[in-house]
Design a protein around this ligand. Structure first.
Ligand SMILES: [Zn+2]
Length: 337
């Protein structure tokens, strides 16, 4: 067992060393180059952004950096992944299941500072907003008492309406997050191979376009970093939470003035790296407590891929690597549970 652990450790360490892809140098500095970071989360969308029908997505990120093989947390549910995206901490550490995030379950759960809290501590007058369909985000992930404008607007259209009203009324948040939920709902009801899922993706695409265009009209993109991501994918027959690739592969798309147009990022990208990217762009140092996110290579023009701070999370290194091998083998036992 010790030998196996040592082998994983060696393989993963070597892999992370090789991954520091050489990025182009020169141009504007990225660290702290942005006044605003906007994170748009499409629940359950996985890598389906890749589809040709995602016209707004492809329009927006034509000169952005996009990665379609981004790894979710080992448990492919919303609670674990939105928590990791907004904290930079692994699921093995925070243990935030859906029911824990929504406040319905009291189980093992260690609260780590969200990037809202970290930004608030570093920039006390920062404007912060979290406007979502899934109300749990504002219960179990984004802290109270740090001045975040929290709105749970319900259906995706109503949520986008709240968002555009918010930007149109003169708000210019330092950090903004939204979670839209209806792609996930279509996935649960009909599966990701269905027409209903495709039509939900098209609607999500239209909503991404609406938010982006609203930011542009209000002059909020010049110093803004625009990010689109998803917490997990969906099985063809519907559902997620297990380890198959269609559940465990997601997307990270980033656009901004220091982003390499057409950048494809390096190979060790996890969803939780969104937290590192956001903080880096705002010039804010992450809380070191459990933080195991990194800024990927081939994303920003002046940043080589950072080394992942594995030393802060040995359990994720070992268990996460083991489970990733299982995923890559085709998750052979998934159908039994
Ligand atoms: Zn779901």
């Amino acid at each position: 067992m010790k030998k196996i652990a040592a082998l994983f450790l060696t393989i993963t360490m070597m892999a992370s060393l090789c991954l520091s892809a050489v990025a182009k140098t020169g141009g504007e500095k990225t660290y702290g180059a942005y006044k605003h970071v906007y994170i748009i989360g499409i629940d359950g969308a996985g890598t389906f952004f890749e589809k040709d029908y995602m016209e707004n997505f492809h329009r927006i990120f034509a000169d952005g950096a996009v990665k379609y093989g981004v790894r979710t947390e080992t448990k492919t549910d919303s609670g674990p992944n939105w928590t990791s995206i907004l904290t930079g901490v692994s699921y093995f550490r925070h243990g935030a299941e859906n029911g824990v995030v929504s406040g319905e379950q009291k189980r093992f759960f260690k609260r780590y500072p969200s990037i809202f809290k970290t930004v608030h501590d570093a920039i006390p007058n920062a404007e912060l907003a979290s406007i979502n369909n899934w109300g749990a985000v504002n219960i179990g992930i984004v802290e109270d008492g740090i001045g975040v404008t929290k709105i749970d607007a319900g259906p995706d259209d109503a949520t986008v309406e709240e968002i555009t009203d918010y930007f149109n009324s003169g708000h210019a948040p330092t950090l903004f997050f939204t979670q839209l939920d209806e792609v996930d709902a279509a996935g649960h009801a009909h599966g990701s191979a269905s027409e209903e899922y495709e039509s939900a993706m098209k609607q999500a695409d239209e909503r991404i376009g609406r938010i982006y265009d609203c930011l542009e009209e209000n002059g909020l993109l010049e110093d803004g970093l625009f990010i689109v991501t998803a917490d997990h994918g969906h099985r063809e027959t519907g559902g997620h939470g297990r380890f198959s690739k269609i559940e465990s592969y997601s997307t990270l798309a980033v656009k901004g003035k220091t982003v390499i147009p057409g950048g494809s990022m390096d190979s060790d990208v996890k969803l939780r790296d969104t937290a590192a990217v956001a903080l880096y762009a705002l010039g804010v140092e992450p809380s070191e407590h459990g933080f195991s996110a990194r800024v990927p290579g081939n994303l920003f023009s002046d940043v080589k891929g950072q080394a992942r701070p594995y030393h802060r999370d040995i359990i994720d290194l070992l268990c996460g690597s083991f489970m990733w091998i299982y995923t890559c083998l085709g998750a052979p036992f998934d159908r039994y549970f």
